[in-house]
Structures are given as structure tokens and as C-alpha cells.
Design a protein around this ligand. Structure first.
Ligand SMILES: [Fe+2]
Ligand SMILES: [Fe+2]
Length: 245
């Protein structure tokens, strides 16, 4: 088979599989369209609805590991890898390095809005409470400088949100709470190592963190999503985001 024929065959196989109807979750389109208005659907022409993996996405292994999510479902992870590397170089504890490696996984593969809370919740059953706590509160601490700890308000935020931006009241309240907490510094260190300027010449491989993840992340033998943890369904949704029900 020529390359063209191969490509055509692959495309044909794909279109056969997409004989299933894919309906996007409300959250995917909310804002671009008014979510309270009913969705008009084209006639299904006898096709069935997608109730399994989306053929347009890379297949996940049957028992996916955290790294499988990095490889097959998360967007480019340089930000996370470089933050973890920076923390490691500064001599931070394994908990802090792990927290840096995972602090933005919701942005990388799930939901951006309130990403610190989503990231923490996804991880809670699998990491020490201090790690998920730190990830949850980095969301609020990002907006408040602590120069003694080496964290200034990011110039990028002034550019992105304007000079007059004030965080929402719930973020301010969470900041005040976190500031007084015994794990404050763990969370603060996420923000200190949270790199916004990526160095395009620095290459960090996921595998550099194999041992730290092995020691500090309880990988379920059944695979993330299939272990009946309180957040297993969230991992399953990342695996199969277009499943109809
Ligand atoms: Fe973040
Ligand atoms: Fe970040």
C-alpha cells in the first residue's frame, strides 16, 4: 500500500467508526452558545450514539497510569515538568516536587476554570493530604505576593487580567485561610516554582520523575478511572470525554 492509500484507509476506518453520533457536553460549548437554549440536532439517520472511546483520540491502555494520562490525554506538559525540575533543583522535598509536577493537571486535561480545585480533587485519593491541599490553594496564593518567600505578583497577570483586577471574594477568603495554615509553605512553594516563562531549550522528560511519582502517588492496580475511588469517574471522563451518557 502506498502512503496515500494507507492514509485513505485510515481515514475510511475512522469515518466508519464515526458512524456513531457524538454530542458535546454542555460545558464544552457553554458561552459560545447559550446553554439554556435547546440544541438542535441533525437527523441521526439511524446511527447509534457514541457510548465508548472516541475513535479520534489515542487509545488508552486498559489500566491507565498517571503517566498514560500525561502521554495520551494531557496537553503539552513543559510547564509542569519545568516547574517540578525547578523545585527539585532548589532542594525541595519530594512532596513539593510532586505537587509542582501535578499542580495544573486540570488545565492540561480537564477544566481550566477553578483549575486548582479540580486538580486537587482529581488527585486527592492518590496523594498525601498535604500535596492535594497545596495544589488546591495554589489557586488562591497565585494572586497574593509573599516576597519574603520569593513570590511576587506575576507581571503576566497584570497583562492578562489588567492592572485593576481583584480576585473574587472566595479566592480572597481561601487566601486568608491558607495563609494561616500549617501547610501554607507547601502551597506557596508551588507558586514560587510556577514558571510562566518556559525555556524552550530546556527539555525535561516525564521519566525523570518516575521514582518520585512511584513513591508518592498511589497508582491503583486497576488503573486510574477503574478503581472505584471517589474521583474515578472524573478520570473516566478524561478517558472518554464524548461518551453520550
Ligand atoms: Fe495553576
Ligand atoms: Fe502553573
Amino acid at each position: 500500500m502506498t502512503t496515500l492509500q494507507q492514509a485513505e484507509a485510515a481515514e475510511h476506518a475512522m469515518s466508519q467508526e464515526l458512524d456513531r453520533i457524538v454530542v458535546k457536553s454542555v460545558l464544552y460549548t457553554s458561552g459560545e452558545r447559550n446553554p439554556t437554549v435547546p440544541v438542535s440536532r441533525p437527523p441521526d439517520q439511524g446511527k447509534l450514539y457514541l457510548m465508548g472511546p472516541d475513535p479520534r483520540l489515542p487509545r488508552m491502555p486498559e489500566r491507565p497510569t498517571l503517566f498514560d494520562f500525561f502521554r495520551y490525554r494531557f496537553g503539552p506538559s513543559e510547564h509542569l515538568l519545568q516547574s517540578a525540575r525547578l523545585a527539585q533543583k532548589s532542594g525541595a522535598s519530594e512532596k513539593v516536587v510532586l505537587a509542582c509536577l501535578l499542580h495544573d493537571i486540570a488545565i492540561a486535561g480537564f477544566i481550566r476554570s477553578d483549575h486548582g480545585y479540580w486538580s486537587a480533587q482529581l488527585l486527592e485519593p492518590y496523594v498525601e493530604p498535604e500535596v492535594s491541599w497545596a495544589i488546591r490553594y495554589h489557586q488562591a496564593l497565585r494572586f497574593f505576593p509573599d516576597e519574603a518567600a520569593g513570590y511576587r505578583y506575576p507581571e503576566l497577570y497584570t497583562r492578562l487580567f489588567g492592572p485593576d483586577y481583584t480576585p473574587d471574594p472566595y479566592i480572597q477568603a481561601d487566601y486568608k485561610y491558607a495563609r494561616e495554615h500549617k501547610w501554607y509553605m507547601t502551597s506557596r512553594l508551588i507558586t514560587v516554582n510556577d514558571l510562566y516563562a518556559f525555556d524552550p531549550d530546556v527539555r525535561v522528560e516525564l521519566e525523570e520523575f518516575t521514582d518520585i511519582v512511584g513513591r508518592n502517588f498511589r497508582q491503583p492496580p486497576e488503573g486510574l478511572g477503574f478503581d472505584q475511588s471517589p474521583t474515578a469517574h472524573m478520570w473516566r471522563t478524561i478517558i472518554a470525554p464524548t461518551k453520550y451518557l
